[in-house]
Design a protein around this ligand. Structure first.
Ligand SMILES: [Zn+2]
Ligand SMILES: [Zn+2]
Length: 293
């Protein structure tokens, strides 16, 4: 029996790539299905993996960067027309309520048109959400239970993005930690203690530097500069492996993969990591699934 299941929906970053969508993942256990982040393309991936938007019980948002949030509009409409009758539970940092209000406002005419056309076939709930803004420090703190999954939050270091959180989801003595976007930091070390799986923000900084050089040579100085800035607030893959080792993680799943490698580049992306981390390492890809017994 599977105690917890992880499904990666999107394993990419803000720059759109056809093979790695915006950051998003589903964690399932018992009757509960939880979405952590809703980056671009998450709703499409939900249909592809067989867990449609109306099957999601709650959403947890790590931070308010666009690559973790811009699919909320499609998510809210598709769960509504998918037949839900209750507001969507959403948990996230300060600013989440205002962000959700903004997406709902953008959909106001659409919602009105659909009510006018379909009438009572559609539930009155529309795109309504029940938003809780959370706070957490470097020690994981329980912020919600969804079904029999306990969700804990911890603060991570994604400065200047503040607050930014990681989440630890626990059920039946098993646990999955989602790092959120972060550098190696005390919050992540605490939040990942003994986790069966840690999904980690992962940038191979040497490969990124080569990519930036190629972009610069092609004449796109701006994009090369923006990518170079991103080094300062993401884990290098080696930092992710080091934290996983120190925290006693069993299985490290590299996600938020930068640069957006294809499968043949996996050996280069993970080179040297097995000397740092002695557990199992996977480079995540969109729609990958991992079960914990
Ligand atoms: Zn991100
Ligand atoms: Zn971010």
């Amino acid at each position: 029996m599977t105690t917890l299941e992880l499904i990666l929906l999107g394993t990419g970053s803000p720059i759109h790539q056809p093979h790695r969508f915006g950051n998003s993942q589903i964690i399932r256990g018992g009757d509960a299905s939880i979405l952590v982040d809703a980056g671009w393309g998450a709703t499409v991936r939900m249909y592809q993996c067989g867990v449609p938007p109306q099957g999601i019980d709650a959403v947890f948002v790590t931070h308010l960067h666009s690559d973790h949030t811009t699919d909320f509009a499609d998510l809210l409409v598709m769960r509504w027309v998918g037949g839900v009758t209750k507001p969507l539970r959403v948990y996230g940092p300060e600013g989440t309520a205002s962000m959700i209000a903004g997406y709902r406002q953008a959909l106001e005419a659409d919602t009105r048109f659909r009510f006018a056309h379909h009438g009572e076939q559609l539930a009155p709930v529309g795109t309504e959400c029940d938003v809780t803004e959370i706070s957490a420090g470097v020690d994981p703190v329980e912020v919600a239970t969804v079904g029999d999954i306990t969700v804990k939050a911890f603060e991570v270091d994604h400065r200047p993005v503040m607050p930014a959180f990681g989440f630890r989801l626990e059920r039946g003595g098993r646990s999955i930690t989602i790092s959120g976007d972060t550098n190696a930091c005390p919050g992540l070390l605490n939040g990942a203690q003994g986790a069966d799986i840690m999904v980690a923000d992962s940038m191979n900084k040497a490969m990124m530097s080569m990519l930036e050089e190629n972009i610069r040579r092609s004449g796109n100085e701006l994009q090369a500069g923006l990518l170079a800035d991103a080094h300062s607030y993401h884990n290098d893959v080696k930092d992710a492996a080091d934290i996983a080792q120190k925290a006693g993680v069993k299985h490290l799943v590299l996600s938020h993969v930068m640069p957006a490698i294809v499968e043949e580049q996996t050996p280069q992306f993970t080179e040297g990591l097995d000397a740092i981390f002695t557990g199992k390492i996977s480079v995540g890809h969109d729609l990958a699934r991992y079960g914990i017994e």
